[in-house]
Each structure stands twice: as C-alpha cells, then as structure tokens.
Design a protein around this ligand. Structure first.
Ligand SMILES: [Mg+2]
Length: 261
C-alpha cells in the first residue's frame, strides 16, 4: 500500500516556467488527503530559498523544508566528514547554501579536500574542467563529489548537457569514482525517506526522467511513476527500465492514487 510520495519538480510540477496544467490542483488534493510528500530535485543552479521563490512566481506554494536538493544533502555529508576545504564547480547562487564551509581560492589548482561538481552549464570551459582535474590529481586523498548525475535536460532552446557528462569526464581522467548526491543515487533517496519517516516499499517516486527518477527509485526499493511531460520521450518506454505506472501528467496522480487504495 502506497503511503508517501517523492516528487520531482522540473518537468513534473512545472515546465518552461509554467505550472503543468492541473499540477497545482493535484498538490492541493495531496494536502487535503494529508498524504506525506517531499520534492526531490537535482537542481544545483540556485539555492533552496530561490527555488521556493521561483515556484511562488508560478503560483506554486511550497516551503523550503519540503524540498531536498543535492546541496542540502551534501551539507549534511560534510558535517560528518573531513572533507574541507572545498573546491566548488557549482553556480554562484548555489554557493550560498555552502557558505559555512572552508573553500580553496577561486584559481587554486591544489589544496582541495573535496571537488564539488554541479550543473555549471555555460560556466564550463576547457580551462574550468581542467582545473577540477588538476585539483583531483594534486591530492590522492581529494574526493570527487557530484551534485547529481543527470545526463541532460530540456530547455526552451532544446536539450542541454547536465552535470553527469562532466563528472564522467573527471572520473575517467582522475580514475576515481564520484560520491553522488542527487537522483539516481540510493543515498539521496534514503535521505528523502528519512525526512518523511517512511519506508521505501510504501513510497512512490514520480518524475519525468526514466533513469534518474524512475530507475533510481526502483533500484532504491521505491515504486517509480513516469509522467509524459517534461523531458519524457516515447523511446523512454520499452527500454530496460519499466515504470510501475505511466501517467499522462502529474494531474493524473489523484485518480491513480485512489485506484490503489
Ligand atoms: Mg525532471
């Protein structure tokens, strides 16, 4: 029996700066039924309070504590590790969520305890990627941390490379695996389940990414629902990952949920 939900944001609740039709009503229905849910997003382009503000502009009312981002998960991890100083390859705004930790100078090519890689988008260049590589090679103990492993996403101008391909390049060049915070990493889903205080088998993850959302959830013991909005493509169906359910959009969720109970 399903009891709780993990919900992706981009491509599920909103798309191209507009709410997905019926999504706000579906969220209101979840609230009216007291069904516990948490938004789990791989967004690393802005801090959590900016995500809340952006959703509010679209008429979607969400509290910061209802959102788990890779940066929040990373901050929890740093508190338990000897991981400083950090070398951050993440967008400027997101650094706000990590201001409490020591960092290497902006042009440093050595001395980092952890190299953190996020969705730098147009901020990537050969020089920037190579500096991350040099930081890793200069210290065998330096850890590589990835804020998600999403391969690409859909922008208004078309598909765009996300964080994953850059992390793969650094893993290959430095010959060390990345510690991943964000979907589809199991540690990230476990942190989300802990926050809601629910078990994996009674939780449904709903997303538009067949690999990051659905595949990651299923590998972690959750059920996975795929919506046909956002980055969904017909080729997502019939592949190696089979969603537990495919929904036209998030607006279809209440009907599906009621049929399960
Ligand atoms: Mg998405």
């Amino acid at each position: 029996m399903l009891k709780a939900l993990l919900i992706d944001l981009d491509g599920v609740i909103y798309q191209a700066a507009q709410p997905v039709p019926g999504a706000i009503q579906a969220l209101e229905w979840l609230d009216s039924q007291s069904i516990p849910y948490l938004f789990v997003t791989n967004t690393t382009s802005r801090p959590r309070d900016a995500i809340v503000a952006r959703l509010a502009e679209m008429g979607i009312q969400v509290k910061a504590r209802q959102i788990l981002t890779p940066v929040i998960a990373l901050a929890n991890w740093i508190h338990q590790q000897d991981a400083e100083p950090l070398a951050l390859f993440i967008p400027g705004d997101t650094r706000k969520d990590l201001h409490e930790f020591r960092q290497v100078p902006e042009d440093a090519e050595s001395g980092a305890g952890t190299v953190v890689v996020g969705d730098l988008a147009q901020g990537w260049s050969f020089e920037v990627l190579n500096r991350a590589f040099r930081l890793l090679l200069s210290n065998p103990e330096c850890q590589l941390v990835a804020l998600g492993m999403t391969r690409y996403w859909r922008t208004e101008s078309g598909l765009q490379l996300d964080v994953g391909p850059f992390v793969k390049a650094l893993e290959y060049a430095s010959d060390r695996p990345a510690q991943v915070f964000g979907k589809p990493a199991e540690a990230f889903f476990c942190q989300a389940l802990d926050i809601l205080d629910v078990r994996a088998e009674e939780t449904l993850m709903i997303g538009d990414d067949i690999r990051g959302d659905v595949g990651g959830a299923q590998t972690s013991g959750l059920k996975g629902a795929l919506v046909k909005t956002g980055k969904f493509q017909k080729s997502d169906l019939g592949g190696d990952i089979v969603p537990d359910v495919v929904l036209e959009s998030f607006a279809s969720l209440p009907e599906y949920w009621m049929a399960q109970h």
